[in-house]
Design a protein. Structure first.
Ligand code: SF4
Ligand code: SF4
Length: 135
């Protein structure tokens, strides 16, 4: 089994189509929607965690590409600007997945993209705009 965190970009004509239910029923995938929004151009943006066999994931992603859904890894859309981070730790207790964490011995903050679910909770608490989410 594999687990992937991805961002789907839907063209406007697919926004009301049952794409996610097809992923679940036809490709035997477990789909957890982490975030969803419609952009001002009426395109859909979904942040998803998808779990399934590698062959099912490959087949599901192939189907999506064929119908015009763009897929990108979530990591591309979340940025920690390390140069702006002062290691103040204000974000540590708010991050639900420990994507932002601190090594107490040195009070050094680090960011693990693989754990981030793009919930945006860290954005308003960071005094230095060190976290950026590009959607
Ligand atoms: S977006 Fe959410 S999960 Fe990601 S680092 Fe910020 S608080 Fe943590
Ligand atoms: S709140 Fe911002 S500056 Fe402070 S540790 Fe977190 S990312 Fe760095």
């Amino acid at each position: 089994m594999q687990k992937k965190r991805v961002v789907f970009n839907y063209p406007s004509h697919l926004v009301d189509q049952p794409v996610i239910s097809k992923m679940i029923k036809d490709f035997d995938l477990v789909v957890n929607i982490l975030r969803a929004r419609i952009t001002p151009k009426e395109e859909g943006r979904l942040v998803l965690e998808i779990t399934g066999k590698k062959s099912s994931l490959d087949a599901g992603f192939k189907y999506l590409s064929e119908i015009g859904v763009e897929i990108q890894p979530l990591a591309q859309d979340v940025k920690w600007h390390e140069d702006r981070c002062t290691h103040c730790t204000a974000c540590i207790s708010i991050c639900p997945t420990k994507a932002l964490d601190v090594k107490r011995a040195h009070m050094e903050v680090s960011f693990n993209r693989d754990k981030c679910i793009a919930c945006e909770l860290c954005l308003p608490v960071c005094p230095y705009q060190a976290m950026e989410i590009l959607f």
